[in-house]
Design a protein around this ligand. Structure first.
Ligand SMILES: [Zn+2]
Length: 329
């Protein structure tokens, strides 16, 4: 199928998500679990309904990337900092988060500058409240993108219902829009947790792309009930993340940065062979430590040694993917 991406029209998108109406504000359903579990008593039809709500649609990898490149690469940083320690905001964990802003970020930005590389930073509003100075340092090179990553890095399933999720999303967008002077176009869910309502809310807010799902290693159209929603997914993976390897404490536990480098490199090599996409997700308070930034630096140098590697922000990649998948007029 070579359909054009569906235009982002809110009413059409809303019609795709009947589950969204399950939680009515003020009603008793507000505090029920947002997603009923699948059990031995769930019917086949119900299983399909639950699974089909958010699915991988059509593959969107273009025939070639800009300048004939064979692979697109995006370095993304989730700037969680102190917002990852909200459940127990004691001085020591808060300082571990603070490290991300005052030690990790400068080191990462200096490395990206040295490599002349663009990157995407997903920032919870709370991180910017505590460290507004990060904004100027990210924007200094003029190469980087900033995207939405929640209000206080809240788990979206813990919000009371679709109305509260909507409110927090709007607050997060507005906060970043005020700070940046322009509206962000990319969304990444805190902790990569979506509710059945999230995609509908992202469409309504006019996002260009999401980067929270994992059904493929290449760009794809997010589908719902067998129809394209028009939202582009630039998928992530726990394998191409730093959190599972180093943990949130940044405590230097094994595996060594060398071993993590090897995994990232192998993931990139496959994306290069398959001519698709490589998206890496790391966190300034985790990967901003010296030994780890050194490995990111080494990874970029390795990638640059290969021909035909295009480095872009996720916004640039999503725009290119969208343009290449437009049907001729
Ligand atoms: Zn996060």
């Amino acid at each position: 199928m070579k359909n054009a991406l569906v235009t982002l029209v809110a009413p059409a998108a809303l019609a795709l998500f009947p589950h969204a109406m399950l939680a009515q504000p003020g009603s008793q359903t507000m505090r029920l679990p947002r997603v009923p579990p699948i059990t031995i008593n769930t019917s086949e039809e119900q299983i399909r309904q639950i699974a089909d709500l958010v699915r991988a649609g059509r593959r969107l990898t273009p025939k070639s990337w800009p300048n004939g490149a064979r692979v697109a690469v995006a370095f993304s940083f989730d700037v969680d900092n102190e917002s990852l320690f909200t459940a127990r905001p004691l001085p020591v964990p808060m300082s571990q988060g603070e490290y991300g802003a005052i030690s990790g970020m400068p080191r990462i930005l200096a490395m990206l500058d040295r490599q002349q590389l663009p990157a995407t930073f997903f920032i919870p509003a709370m991180s910017l409240m505590l460290h507004p100075e990060m904004l100027e340092s990210i924007e200094k090179s003029g190469k980087h993108e900033i995207g939405v990553h929640g209000w206080v890095h809240e788990s979206l399933t813990s919000t009371g219902g679709v109305e509260e999720e909507q409110r927090l999303l709007t607050q997060s967008i507005d906060y970043l829009t005020r700070a940046l002077g322009k509206r962000p176009v990319g969304f990444r869910a805190p902790s990569w947790i979506l509710t059945p309502d999230t995609i509908k809310l992202l469409l309504k807010a006019g996002f260009l792309y999401d980067s929270s799902l994992m059904a493929m290693d290449e760009p794809y159209a997010i589908a719902s009930n067998d129809k394209s929603t028009g939202l582009i997914e630039l998928p992530i993976s726990w394998i191409r993340d730093d959190y599972p390897y180093y943990g949130e404490n940044g405590d230097g536990s094994l595996p060594s940065p060398d071993a993590v480098f090897a995994i990232y490199k192998q993931e990139f090599d496959v994306a290069y062979e398959e001519k698709t996409l490589f998206v890496l997700t790391t966190h300034p308070h985790i990967s901003g430590h010296g030994s780890r930034v050194a490995q990111l630096d080494r990874l970029i140098t390795y990638m640059k040694s290969k021909r035909g590697v295009w480095f872009g922000t996720l916004e640039q990649i999503a725009n290119y993917v969208r343009d290449q998948n437009r049907a001729p007029e």
